[in-house]
Structure formats: C-alpha cells, structure tokens
Design a protein around this ligand. Structure first.
Ligand SMILES: NC(=O)C1=CN([C@@H]2O[C@H](COP(=O)(O)OP(=O)(O)OC[C@H]3O[C@@H](n4cnc5c(N)ncnc54)[C@H](OP(=O)(O)O)[C@@H]3O)[C@@H](O)[C@H]2O)C=CC1
Ligand SMILES: CC(C)=CCC[C@@H](C)[C@H]1CC=C2C3=C(CC[C@@]21C)[C@@]1(C)CC[C@H](O)C(C)(C)[C@@H]1CC3
Length: 645
C-alpha cells in the first residue's frame, strides 16, 4: 500500500531526477520528533518510510505505535534541544517526559551504549515536548487538533518482557503463532487504535470526515487528547479553594479533639464534645524545645555522610536528585539513644503527660515550616513547582504545596520530614506509652496488646526506613508539592494521631486470648507481605524496567515512555499496596478491642485516605497516560478488592 521512497542522495541522483521526485526531508531510519495526535507534544520516533502518494511519513514511537504523520508534524531532534534549553518550563509541560517503554519492556540486554542513548534521548524528548508545546499559541489549538487527524495509528501490543524484539531496533513485533493471551492482548490494544479511515471509503468531503473523526476521537476515547497532556489545567484536589480553607482549620482542630478525647476515662462519642482546656495550658516552652531538639537531632543523623546516595525518579528536566537513604541507621541510633537515656533515668512518660503540649509545639513548627516553604516557592522557577501546586490561590497553594523538591543545599526538606522526625517520633511516642502503661497500671511489663501495637508499628516504620529508597517512587515524592498538608501530616498528624492506639491502651486495658493474639499476628503478617511485595515490585519496575526478576510480568506501554504493570501484584487490583496497608491497619486496631470507636479511628481514617488517594492517583494517571491507563483499568478492573471495589 505504501511506496516507501528513500531520500535520494545528491551525489547519486542527477538534478533533473530530483526535480521529479517528491522532496523527502527525513530519511528512513532517522530519529526525529513526531507530534503525538491530539496534543502539541512531540516524542522521539523513528522514520520507517514515506508514502509518496499520500505524502505521509510512517513513523514508529518508542512504545511501538506506528503512525502516519505529515511532514509538518515532524521536527528534527537537534532543534528541540537547542530551543528548550533557553526556556523555562511550566509544570504541566514538565510532565511530558518521554521514555521508551519498549526499551524498558522489551530490552534483551543492557549494553552501555544503549544506556547512554536511553538517557540522552529521554532528555531530548522531554525538552522537545516542552519547547514545542510552548511554541503553539492557544489560538491555533483548534487548527492543530484538526491536523492531528492526519495520522494513522497501528494497533499496539501488550508486551511481555523480553518476549519481543527491541523497539529500539524498530523491528516489527514477532508474528507467527501467537498464544491465546497475546491474541487477547492485541484485541484489547486495538480498542484504542485510532486508525484513520481512508478517504476513499465513501464520498464525503474531507472536511466532513475530519469533523466526524474528530467527534469519534473525542467520544470513543475522551482521554485521548489528554494522552500527552496538552495541558488542561489540572483539577484542584481536596475540594479546591474552599476545601483548602476547610482543611486548614479542620485538621488541627481534629487532632486537638482526638487528643482530648483519648485523655477521657470514657472516650465514647457520648462524651462529645470534650471540655476544652484553658488556652494557656496548650503552650509549653519546654515541649517546644524538645520538639525542636528532636528535629535537629534527626537532621544531624540525616546529614551523616554514611548510607547509600539513591537516585530519585527523573524530573521533567530529565535530572535525577540524590537522596541520602540512611533512615534505617537513623532509627537504630535513635533507639539506641532512647534506650541509653531511659537507662540513665530519663522519664519518657513525660511524653504521655505532655502529649497535648508536644502536639501544639509540633503544630507551631509545621506552620512556620509551611510559611517558609510558601515564601521560598514564590522565587522558585516554574520547573521547580509541582503540577497543580500553582493554582494562583494563596490559601490553596499554601495548603497543597507549590515546590516539588524544596532543598537547602543538598538537604531535601520533603524527604526528610516524611521519613524522619515524625516517623521515628511515632516509635518514640509508642515506647513512651508502653512505659506510661506500666506506670499507670503498675505492671512489670507492658500488656500483650501494648506489645503487639508497639511491635507492629515499629515493624512498619522499620520496614519503611529499610526500604527508604522506595519512597522515591511514591506519589508524595514524585508528584506532590511540599506545603502545609505534608508538613502538618509528617510532623503532627503521623506522630500524634498514629499513636492513638498505644495512648488508648495506657488507661484502657484490653486483654487478649492466645487464639485472638495468633489471629491478629497472622493478619498482620499477611498484610505486611502484600504491602511489601507489591511496593517492592513497583519500585523495582520503576527503577529498572528491564530487571530480569520482573521479566515474567506483562506491561502496557504508554505514550510517555513509561509502562504500566498489568500482571503480578499490580494485575490483581490497581492498588495492592493499599490493600496490604489496610490489613495491617486492621491488625493494629484489633488488639484494642471493641469497647470504643477511638482506637478504630486510624482504620476508618485510613480507608478514607486511601480511597481518596486512589481516586487522586486515578485521575493523575488518566491525565498522564490517557488511553493506556483506560486500557489498564479495563484489564485490571478492581481498585482495591477483587470483585468488590
Ligand atoms: N501509613 C500511611 O499513612 C500511608 C501509607 N501509604 C502507603 O505508602 C505507599 C505508597 O503509596 P502512594 O504513594 O499513595 O501510591 P503508590 O506507591 O501506589 O504510587 C502510585 C503511583 O504508582 C505508579 N503506578 C500506578 N499503577 C501502576 C502500575 N500498574 N504499574 C506501574 N506503576 C504504577 C504511578 O506512578 P508513575 O506511573 O508516575 O510512576 C502512580 O502514580 C503505599 O503502600 C501506601 O499504602 C500511603 C499514604 C499514607
Ligand atoms: C490528613 C493529612 C494531613 C494527610 C497527610 C498524609 C500524610 C500523613 C501521609 C501521606 C503519605 C504518607 C506516607 C507515610 C506516612 C504518612 C504520610 C506522610 C509513610 C512514610 C509511612 C511509612 C510507610 O512505610 C511508607 C514509607 C510507605 C509511607 C509513605 C507514605
């Protein structure tokens, strides 16, 4: 059907012949930047040939998509690099990183040459996408969208790692005998085939067809135009601007309420609202000093030049930040310090008796930190801002956080706050609660319930810090700005509400029968297994998609170059890690019994948090990956619980 024409080489073709041949600008096999249909973003593509009659280039994207593009939808790679360097990038544009899914999923070996090419092309493509989006005035968008119909997409294939040829070589995918699975996969993939119907199909005018095709594209695949994020403004989360006001007031008030409630002899909801303490009792200079000292101590441990320097995920600029992942050591040293201090007679039950004051002090620190973060973000470059962190509304941006990775020299404030003072502080507080229980109930050892809660949560923190690198592929680190929500969450919410079960047990004994104890331990073990395995699988895949240990997993390529896991843990439900986490949360509440709702608070909150996080992630991934995400959702139908939700 296509007459591929090689670009004539000047020295071989007489001038007259060149005059007769159509001028072919790009060579077969040449790497160029091709516009992704429905967007103004360009990705690296390889020219497969040129159809003289239709005057269309057949190109192949890194994810294996074959398209026919007009010459004006193709640019040379070089031009992109030069232009983009001289321009600043908006957050939305920074999202459009191009990385080859094919390289990640179909690679057979990792030669140094290939590695080098990988990073350079990714950067080039990211820059390219940025430069070109910027260059298109919005008034031309309609015209451009119409233009995008001048393309033809060939069906993609769901790829099994290492089973197909490398797309870098741009060979045709293996044919011949296909397994039932592969045929199915192809069927699925072809659902988002946007093959352009040939004009000769009926007698309609080109304009009619264009309009109809435009409608088809929009109707059949609403997410298509969002594939490469031609940058609709991201939706505001958390109820938008009004929501931000609400959460700013509600979250601190809620923590205050919980602490007052857990202090009651009968913390049932019947005693709501708890009596408010005198304002003066909330403030305690000594408590503030302890909080500040604790944070400084943790900062000191963080700065120790020991432990791995891990690479963060590539930013939109292609750059990767370094993170000192010595959190496990920090926990060990903190435990050793605490044990030594307790041995020296330091009374840690102070934490129990001054819980409210310590929480208020941490709230003050987190608010000051948030103000600092907001002010410094005003002088940050657009490239430093998180997507959606710059709505223009002061309150919303203050709450959600503007800057993605605020750093003081190499000191990463978000990473530090998320993983250190609050998380390790959580264990310290739990330990203090165990001592307070022994003191209050005159026990020689903490109760079985208290030991379970302490051990379970210590294991959770220990695991988080042991796998500290994995946090670099979580939503908070990759996508969310650092503002009040996370500063407050890390420094107040985690240490002062995640410890409520231990606090509750201090004055509300909850004996456990051996079978109950065994059942709870089993539940925790199952939850932990699911949580760890699924998080590690995704983290390993994101870090090295060609990891031989993941070779058996199926993936869906996306236009951004990243692939989505569609088998293994991530093929069972869309957030297996949340499921494991929820089972663990259940195991943390069960030791507290069923007398009161308060120790179940964490479980209830966690369901709400994770369901909301899941929806937030869904919209973000739909925006990022468009059709590929829809395909993932069709393949992996359930979000958290197979056959239920
Ligand atoms: N104890 C607590 O208070 C909390 C604990 N957590 C826990 O923290 C952990 C991290 O959670 P969170 O950051 O919310 O979410 P995830 O770690 O699940 O990260 C979501 C991201 O993973 C990537 N992803 C999603 N699906 C796939 C797929 N099929 N294949 C490959 N990559 C995929 C996407 O990012 P991309 O494609 O851009 O790489 C997506 O944005 C979880 O275990 C959670 O339970 C979370 C919140 C609070
Ligand atoms: C209501 C409110 C203020 C919410 C803020 C949410 C934060 C408390 C949580 C967002 C993501 C978190 C994670 C952990 C702690 C809670 C926050 C900060 C985490 C560090 C706990 C330990 C885990 O092992 C983890 C590393 C996977 C996890 C990452 C996400």
């Amino acid at each position: 059907m296509f007459g591929f024409v090689q670009k004539p080489h000047n020295s071989y073709f007489p001038f007259i012949l060149q005059m007769k041949m159509p001028l072919v600008k790009y060579d077969k096999g040449e790497l160029v930047m091709g516009r992704w249909p429905g967007s103004s973003l360009y990705y690296e593509v390889k020219v497969l040939g040129y159809d003289v009659t239709a005057q269309l280039y057949t190109v192949i994207y890194k994810d294996g998509t074959e398209l026919e593009l007009r010459e004006q939808d193709i640019k040379s790679v070089g031009g992109f690099q030069t232009r983009s360097r001289s321009r600043s990038r908006s957050p939305s544009r920074r999202r459009s990183r191009s990385r080859s899914p094919a390289r990640t999923t179909r690679r057979t070996s990792s030669s140094p040459a290939r590695t080098t090419r990988r990073s350079s092309s990714r950067t080039a493509a990211a820059m390219a996408a940025a430069a070109i989006t910027e260059s298109i005035p919005s008034s031309h968008r309609d015209v451009k969208l119409k233009d995008t119909l001048e393309v033809r997409l060939s069906p993609l294939e769901t790829m099994e790692n290492n089973k197909h040829q490398t797309a870098e070589d741009n060979k045709t995918p293996a044919t011949g005998t296909e397994s039932k699975e592969e045929v199915e996969a192809e069927k699925r993939q072809s659902r988002y085939n946007l093959r352009r119907r040939k004009e000769e199909a009926d007698g309609r005018s080109a304009e009619d067809k264009t309009a109809q095709e435009l409608r088809q594209v929009q109707e059949k695949d609403a997410s298509f135009s969002a594939v490469a994020a031609a940058s609709p403004a991201p939706q505001l989360d958390f109820g938008g601007k009004i929501g931000a006001y609400f959460w700013l007031l509600f979250l601190p008030a809620w923590v205050l309420f919980l602490i007052l409630q857990v202090n009651l002899a009968d913390p049932s909801l019947a005693n709501f609202p708890p009596t408010l303490p005198a304002l003066g009792t909330l403030w305690d200079g000594q408590a503030l000093a302890f909080v500040v000292l604790w944070i400084l101590f943790q900062a000191l441990l963080y700065l120790l030049p020991v432990g791995k320097l891990s690479d963060g995920m590539p930013l939109k600029s292609g750059q990767r930040l370094k993170y000192r992942t010595n959190g496990f050591l920090a926990l060990v040293l903190s435990c050793a310090g605490t044990a030594a201090a307790a041995y020296q007679g330091v009374d840690f039950t102070y934490i129990h008796s001054h819980f409210l004051q310590l929480a208020v002090a941490s709230f003050i620190v987190s608010t000051l930190l948030s103000i600092y973060l907001y002010v410094r973000s005003l002088s940050a470059t657009p490239a430093d801002l998180a997507l959606g962190g710059s709505s223009g509304n002061v309150v919303y941006d203050f709450f959600k956080g503007r800057e993605l990775n605020p750093r003081l020299k190499g000191f990463d404030l978000k990473f530090f706050c998320e993983m250190r003072p609050g998380l390790i502080g959580w264990c310290l507080i739990n330990f203090a609660m165990a001592l307070a229980e022994m003191k209050q109930q005159q026990l020689d050892t903490p109760s079985a319930s208290m030991i379970l809660v302490n051990l379970f949560q210590l294991l959770y923190v220990l695991d988080g810090l042991w796998n500290e690198e994995a946090i670099l592929t979580t939503m908070d680190l990759m996508h969310d700005g650092f503002g009040f929500m996370l500063a407050f969450g890390d420094l107040v919410w985690v240490p002062f509400t995640y410890t409520l079960q231990a606090y509750y047990l201090v004055s509300h004994p909850s004996p456990l029968s051996p079978p109950a104890l065994a059942a709870i331990v089993t539940l925790k073990a199952i939850g932990f297994y699911i949580f760890r395995k699924s998080n590690s699988e995704k983290n390993a895949f994101r870090r090295n998609p060609a990891d031989p240990n993941l070779a058996h997993l199926k993936t869906i390529p996306t236009a951004t170059g990243k692939s989505l896991l569609v088998s293994g843990w991530w093929g069972v439900v869309r957030h297996p890690n949340y499921v494991g986490d929820l089972l663990m949360a259940l195991a943390w509440s069960l030791p507290c019994g069923f007398n009161h709702l308060l120790p179940w608070y964490y479980m209830i909150y966690f369901i709400i948090l994770l369901v909301h996080r899941d929806s937030r992630d869904m919209s973000e991934c739909r925006r990022k990956y468009g059709s590929a995400w829809e395909e993932y959702c069709r393949t992996v139908r359930y979000r958290l619980i197979p056959r239920v939700y």
